[in-house]
Design a protein around this ligand. Structure first.
Ligand code: DGJ
Length: 504
């Protein structure tokens, strides 16, 4: 029997991912780039390490080079095997389509594409030197990518009847690295012509219309148009939810130091207009200010999904902020198979090349803390879903400030983060207002006090605090915290209480 096809449903400001006809929140992890290219490797080195983490979804690449080794001959062994493994492990999959572009370059295209630079032409720098990335203006390459992507999607439609695969990412961190725009002959000619009529609000050539921003917007337009052709072909075959992910705009801030043309926050409007079959734009968050990035990527009605987050122990705290404050569809640290081992999964030079701080990949004990957060959140996903999109769910995580104020309908919570304790997660948590006066409070490494609403003449008072956990959606109480223990204090392992607050 085939299950319902996963879909996104929008109700007001809330978007839900429906899996088997019910809302599904992703507690995920993304594997490293090469792990899923070998099924025995997955069995030996990935599944055993992630089993205890409490993931409900694994994010894995499927590469064009392995899918279509010869033109028109497709080999589905890897996606089929990954689906069988995921079924055995009881988790869902998000597939990453590593096609024409992965982190600004084109290393995942099949050998027969690499060998034919005439048909599948590369971008060039301003001196005419070829860059290692196929141009989004190369319509032959875009067509071939779209054909392969559609072949994968129609195979999934026919074979993945239990709907293990719940979403697909189209390409990976698109954009051009090392130049501000493509200077290939085709691009050079197009750049001097008038801006196409479907580009929002522009007349004249790219530089007349946009000045300094011309090169970046030119690339954005062409990547988004190419992506639209690819994702539309895929959706026609099988309409799974689809998204693109971004290497964020960051220091040193010039286009080409980060991939230019990708779905950076500042160009979300162009991506939304030019690639309407892409359901949302996702940030890969390796930068320390997690909250600021989430805020940018929830603008313009964009539902938040974080396919890549720092694998260090910040993830154990950031996940509360993502689900609580930004009502995210899901959260997923990168290099998930490395969070249970102490070895840094990437060396400093490689990370520097990707402009990622070394601390982001310090996985020492991070799996231990992530599994605590995931198991706590995993037991209350239905409750979170019930309050998503309302003002009665709020999250927080420490991004430098000593604390924050969380406003609920009748009272406020004053959150205080302790100074960072080495080798434990930073502060983070979430609060749900079950009724005005009754709250679920959970998270790690923070304290909270209750204060009256600003227009109240009464003093807020903590009446009771009960430890506990959710089991099958029901709160199962543990200790009543009173006397020395009365208060909202959360240590290094994720914990949960239900508290009652009064006013006198
Ligand atoms: C972001 C990319 O999207 C990932 O595939 C990976 O390369 C990480 N950076 C860094 O390891």
């Amino acid at each position: 029997m085939s299950m319902k096809i996963p879909e996104l449903v929008r109700e007001g400001s809330r978007t839900s991912l429906m899996v088997d006809g019910r809302p599904f929140l992703i507690l995920g992890g993304e594997v490293r780039n090469s792990s899923a290219s070998d099924l025995p490797f997955m069995d030996e080195h990935v599944w055993p390490r992630i089993r205890g983490l409490g993931l409900n979804t694994l994010i894995v690449p499927v590469s064009w080079e392995l899918l279509e080794p010869e033109p028109g001959r497709f080999d589905f062994t890897l996606p089929d095997g990954l689906i069988a493994q995921a079924e055995r492990e009881g988790v869902r999959l998000v597939l990453l389509w590593f096609g024409l572009w992965k982190n600004g370059i084109s290393t995942y295209v099949p050998g027969w594409v690499k060998a034919d630079c005439e048909q599948y032409f590369l971008m060039q720098d301003r001196y005419g030197k070829p860059l290692p990335a196929i141009s989004p203006m190369c319509s032959k390459a875009v067509e071939r990518d779209a054909m392969a992507f559609a072949a994968l999607l129609s195979h999934l439609r026919e074979t993945d009847l239990s709907r293990r695969v719940i979403m697909v990412q189209v390409e990976n961190e698109m954009g051009l690295l090392g130049e501000c725009r493509d200077f290939s002959p085709a691009a050079g000619k197009a750049y001097k012509e008038s801006v196409p009529a479907d580009m929002p609000g522009a007349t004249g050539t790219w530089s007349e219309a946009f000045g300094d921003e011309g090169p970046a917007l030119f690339m954005t337009y062409h990547y988004a148009k190419a992506t639209e052709l690819i994702s539309r072909a895929g959706k026609k075959a099988y309409p799974l939810p689809m998204y693109v992910n971004a290497w964020l705009e960051q220091w040193p801030w010039f286009p080409g130091s980060y991939p230019t043309g990708g779905p950076i926050a500042r160009h979300m409007d162009i991506w939304q207009a030019m690639a309407p079959s892409i359901d949302f734009l996702s940030p890969d968050i390796y930068l320390p200010d997690f909250t600021a990035v989430c805020r940018e990527y929830t603008a313009r009605g964009n539902p938040l999904f974080i396919p890549e987050a720092r694998p260090c122990m910040d993830s154990a705290s950031n996940v509360f902020e993502a689900l609580g404050s930004f009502h995210a569809l899901g959260f997923s640290p990168f290099a998930i198979e490395n969070v249970t081992s102490d070895c840094p999964p990437m060396d400093a030079a490689d990370l520097a090349g990707l402009n990622i701080m070394e601390e982001a990949f310090n996985t020492h004990r991070s799996g231990e803390f992530l599994s605590k957060s995931y198991s706590l959140l995993g037991s209350m996903l239905e409750l979170i879903q019930e309050y998503r999109g309302t003002g009665r769910l709020a999250g927080f995580t420490c991004c430098g400030e000593p604390g924050e104020l969380i406003k609920m309908s009748k009272i406020n919570f004053c959150i205080q983060y302790p100074p960072r304790i080495p080798n434990t997660p930073k502060g983070g948590g979430l609060i749900i207002e079950l009724d005005p006066g009754r709250y679920v409070v959970c998270g790690v490494n923070f304290r909270a006090t209750v204060i009256s609403a600003f227009d109240s003449d009464k003093e807020a008072e903590l009446l009771s605090v009960t430890e506990g956990q959710f089991v099958n959606g029901r709160f199962v109480p543990g200790r009543r915290l009173n006397g020395d223990e009365l208060g909202l204090r959360f240590g290094e392992e994720a914990a949960l209480v239900v508290c009652e607050v009064g006013a006198r």
